[in-house]
Design a protein around this ligand. Structure first.
Ligand SMILES: Nc1nc2c(ncn2[C@@H]2O[C@H](COP(=O)(O)OP(=O)(O)OP(=O)(O)O)[C@@H](O)[C@H]2O)c(=O)[nH]1
Ligand SMILES: [Mg+2]
Length: 429
């Protein structure tokens, strides 16, 4: 099992501002208010896609931004909604916000809104009442959610490379994938597992390269067999056998027996065998080595001859590996489908608390009001419009906040600040 991580900034769209406008009609001096509402900002939506298998793409697009909503306009015309940004992520991606899981995308097609677009502001058409015939105020659109999302993906390799040290495992990985493992002409060059994605035809497979095994690995010889856990859930094992080896049959059977000692189940995994470093051998020699192998591998196990250096035999081998991977994953899916559908998205929905609190800052001489709901109203207030600020004062009155401010000593010209919004006088001056 490997863990891939990435950090991306997600930014949902801002809501469009509401409009202030009045109907123009012939013979009517001043028509009623007809300013439309702003459109909602676009969401940032992640959806799981079975065709992706790493988060590597996110290293190159660290900022994911949805479109802003458009402001409302006259004749009660609502602003267009901002377009949501849909982002493809691999199946199995966890999305965290400050360490807390907000989405867990476990099946292909599943989606989660990870950042919500801001609501659009109401236009002045909304604020007409019997006492207010010509409202010269409109709400501002709200800012969209923005935060740094931590993505985490536990990777299951599709193909595990097994073989003696120096067999050419890391070289193979470096030739067929984007991975750049260390390669050298001595045993135990690889000390910890490497992972790479190989593209083949219209798909890709994830290949894990682990340190070489030797006889007695199961008793801790060499680097031991503990690294086999990294290939335990692969769909297929690729045995790489050095064509220069004097006894290829023994090379194969030694590795097989170490696998069986580690886990009898692993020993039943589909296998493909490949003779490596073949570019320097003639056909006769290759046929001899292949025959020797044929006598020990299970019937039906394909044997390939490849050269990583000369890039020969590679495509056919990858195709065969992919065929086995697709086949075996399809079988697994059938077994796991019920479990998958019972998974939940833990994205918390917006629930604003009505609760508020008033505090007085002696130094700044400002009354601070904190509370989810009132802060939301404050964020939507356009402080340049006195009517908008008056509406905010109204809301404070209805919520009992104004009463509390008076009790705490606020007078008409006292300054009040709600959340991080702009400060304003308690009573219109
Ligand atoms: N001639 C030839 N040499 C190769 C080929 N593939 C790998 N080698 C050489 O074989 C040596 C070992 O290669 P590695 O890829 O490091 O082998 P490994 O199996 O990863 O070895 P460990 O990490 O020690 O288990 C290096 O010197 C490679 O250059 C090949 O196709 N042809
Ligand atoms: Mg290696």
């Amino acid at each position: 099992m490997f863990v891939d991580t990435a950090k991306v900034t997600v930014q949902a769209g801002k809501g469009g501002d509401g409009a202030v406008s009045f109907r123009h009609e012939i013979y009517v001096d001043k028509g009623g208010p007809d300013g439309g509402d702003g459109g909602k900002g676009g969401d940032v939506i992640f959806y799981a896609d079975g065709g992706l298998n790493t988060l590597v793409d996110f290293r190159y697009k660290p900022e994911l931004k949805a479109q802003d909503g458009v402001a409302g306009s006259k004749r009660k015309k609502a602003g267009r909604m901002g377009e949501s940004l849909r982002v493809k992520v691999p199946v199995g991606t966890l999305v965290k916000r400050q360490g807390e899981i907000i989405a867990d995308l476990t099946w292909s097609g599943q989606e989660a809104v990870v950042a919500r677009g801001g609501d659009g502001g109401f236009g002045n058409a909304h604020f007409k009442s019997s006492t207010r015939q010509t409202p010269r105020m409109a709400e501002l659109g709200e800012l969209g959610d923005a935060f740094e999302a931590e993505l985490e993906l536990k990777l299951l390799a599709d193909v595990g490379l097994v073989g003696f040290p120096n067999a050419g495992k890391s070289t193979f990985l470096s030739v067929v994938t984007n991975a750049r493992p260390e390669i050298a002409n001595y045993a135990f060059t690889t000390l910890s597992p490497n992972l790479g994605v190989a593209d083949i035809d219209d798909g890709s497979i994830l290949i894990a390269d682990i340190p070489g095994l030797i006889e007695g690995a199961s008793e801790g010889k060499g680097l031991g067999d503990a690294f086999l856990r990294h290939v335990e859930r692969t769909a297929v094992l690729l045995h790489l056998i050095d064509c220069y080896s004097e006894d290829v049959a023994a090379s194969y059977t030694t590795i097989r027996s170490e696998l069986a000692k580690y886990s009898p189940e692993l020993a039943t995994r589909p296998e493909v065998v490949a003779l490596t470093k073949c570019e320097g051998f003639d056909d006769e020699m290759i046929a001899m080595q292949t025959d020797a192998l044929r006598s020990v591998v299970a019937k039906g196990t394909p044997i390939y001859t490849i050269s990583a250096v000369a890039h020969s035999g590679i495509t056919d081998l990858l195709r065969e590996l992919r065929r086995i991977v697709v086949q075996s994953r399809a079988k697994e899916d059938e077994g796991e489908i019920l479990e998958e559908y019972s998974s939940t998205i833990t994205l918390s929905s917006e629930q604003l608390s009505e609760h508020w609190e008033v505090t007085y800052d002696e130094q700044q001489k400002v009354y601070h009001v904190a509370g989810d709901k009132i802060e939301k109203f404050a964020r939507r207030t356009n402080y340049d419009q006195f009517e908008s600020v008056n509406r905010l004062r109204d809301i404070m009155r209805r919520m009992g906040i104004a009463h509390e401010l008076s009790r705490s000593g606020a007078v008409g010209e006292s300054m009040v600040q709600i959340g991080d919004s702009q400060a304003f006088s308690f009573v219109e001056q």
